[in-house]
Write a protein that binds this ligand. Sequence first.
Ligand SMILES: Cc1ncc(COP(=O)(O)O)c(C=O)c1O
Length: 422
Amino acid sequence: MDLKNLSVLELEEALGKEQKAYRKLQKKGVRVDMTRGRPGAKQLEIAMPMLEAAGSLPYQYDGGDARNYGDPAGIRPARELFAKLMDISPDMVIVSDGSSLEIMYDLVQFAMQFGVLGDTPWNKLDKVKFICPAPGYDRHFSICQTFGMDMITVPMLQDGPDMDLVEELVRADESVKGIWCVPKYSNPTGVVFSDKTVTRLAKLKPAAKDFRIFWDNAYIVHSLYDEDDKLKNIFDVAQKYGNEDMIYELVSTSKITFAGSGVAALGASEKNVQALLKLMFYKKINPNKVNQVMHVEFLKDVDNIKEIMAKHAELLRPKFELFQSKMSEAFSDWEEVKWSEPRGGYFISLDVSGAAKRTVELAAEAGIKLTAAGATFPYGIDDSNSNIRIAPSVPTLEEMSHAIDVLICSVRVALLEKHLGK
Ligand SMILES: Cc1ncc(COP(=O)(O)O)c(C=O)c1O
């Protein structure tokens, strides 16, 4: 439906009808929180056997004891497991505690304070700029803001960031020091970077020697379907071009075992790993290795991780599919409403042309909490006021069904109001 073709009378009539439906849903008083990509309660049960087994695990390994100090890079078996997951060598892995975001924050802080591999500390420079493909992950942008870095918004396309722009930006300006990438099932669009995009990123020729790609592979094994999407190994390409130091890869078990209480890992060149271990040395003697043993014993190997993830997918898939079917039914002929159809990850990206803020406001007034409109853009500014991030993991299927009905009504009311100039 093209609302531009409707008369004021027709728009008013449609609005009245939608408002009535909206109030009916509002009266049900159901509250649903879809603000963040947290695992649902049933998903968290999947890893409970890990805790049950914890009392009788072999905490001694290879001459080391996980209950004691030592191994600042994490226990060897955990480094080997994450190396297999990222398809790199174990010497390129540091296994840390529960949050990959914390590692990213530390990497930026180290660069700011001490510089990258002997280069000038970023906080001694007039300007530090980061490329932020958008829509993107709000907490990446928050890190930039916290450290006072300038964010350059680059459009996120169907196969990854707009690489023509990225190449131009890094080539031309030495103050461009990094780019955020969520290369697989991107937050929030669900995009998987194409081989061509991965290759172009790995081959970048930045003016800044200390430019870094933050390869936040948070959804590395988070496919919703049996057939996983393949992501090209960026290190393989980077090595060919002498660019292996340019990449920091991050993964975590936040959405495999327990969110924030799992294990996170950094994948980087051995040169980077050695330099970072030196910086980390005075901060922490070692990570929580007891938790690492628990994870290694529970996760076992990459095939077993995939089996665990299939259980998560079984719980998540119906919610994503319900969204697709209800939205297609409601909006297949509405020009101003578009949404992504991710095959994995935790989010769906919804675009409501020029009416995102009002949609989120209406949904909230009817009990459905969504991520703030604009949050998927640097500085919280979505110039087109269109993008809304949907996080379907927490609600039950029944709650999800109600939440989508409210969302549909909210989108319609917001767009009709927009056309009526209200
Ligand atoms: C892209 C991305 N990176 C990182 C995180 C947080 O990961 P962690 O729990 O390992 O800090 C999230 C959580 O939603 C995410 O979507």
